[in-house]
Design a protein around this ligand. Structure first.
Ligand SMILES: N[C@@H](CCC(=O)N[C@@H](CS)C(=O)NCC(=O)O)C(=O)O
Length: 209
């Protein structure tokens, strides 16, 4: 059995953050497929045995079940000494971007994709609202990335790994990122990191099962 197990599914950008971190750190890990689209995260057994929060990702290590991608990234960074902060200021900066990501970036991008790509709702009041929020967040990140290579620190950190979680799903996002050259250069830079893999090459995918 691998040292680390990650409850995940390929379509989950939140799970991808943890999967990418495990991979970039060269850790011995394996995915445990969660059948999200058929309601597994809502099942009482999942909530009792895997995650009280009813979500992926969940990382199992050393008898612990860790949930929330930000916690998992932090845990793995502490365990490996990789992609973390060099000092207190960097630590706060990394935390700041992970919190921004969870509230205003990933959450809106992932939810809108869920409506449009998986629920096939077509555009409606909700997706339009989300698009406005996403555009606002993208503008902030685009400006921030104008004169820097990575989000929070001089080199790749867990803040980048968190923020980029949904940005490799291409057309599934139904977002035009062409007007965001700094963001595109940044995601290309992350993708050029040794060991980087696309979400669908790291985690089992519902559609292919
Ligand atoms: N803030 C959480 C978000 C996790 C999350 O929303 N995961 C989704 C999949 S991408 C999920 O499992 N949703 C199940 C549900 O809400 O029922 C994290 O970063 O881990």
């Amino acid at each position: 059995m691998s040292e680390y197990q990650l409850y995940c599914f390929g379509e989950s950008g939140n799970a991808y953050k943890a999967a990418l971190m495990l991979e970039l750190c060269g850790l011995d890990w394996s995915p445990v497929f969660v059948d999200f689209f058929n309601g597994e995260t809502k099942a009482p057994e999942y909530r009792e045995k895997v995650s009280q929060l009813g979500e992926v990702p969940v990382l199992v290590h050393d008898g612990k079940h860790l949930s929330q991608s930000g916690v998992i990234l932090n845990y793995l960074s502490e365990k490996t000494g990789k992609f973390g902060a060099a000092n207190k200021n960097e630590e706060y900066e990394i935390l700041r971007w992970i919190l921004f990501d969870n509230h205003k970036f990933t959450s809106y991008i992932g939810t809108r994709r869920f409506f449009l790509e998986f629920m096939k709702t077509g555009d409606n009041e909700i997706t339009k609202f989300l698009h406005e929020r996403i555009t606002g967040a993208l503008d902030i990140v685009e400006k921030h990335m104008a004169n820097r290579e990575f989000i929070a620190t001089p080199s790749l950190s867990i803040a980048d790994i968190s923020m980029c979680g949904y940005l490799y799903y291409g057309d599934e996002l139904r977002l035009d990122l062409a007007g965001y050259p700094n963001i595109t250069a940044w995601t290309d830079r992350i993708a050029a990191t040794e060991g980087w893999k696309h979400p669908y090459d790291l985690m089992p995918r519902e559609k292919t099962l």
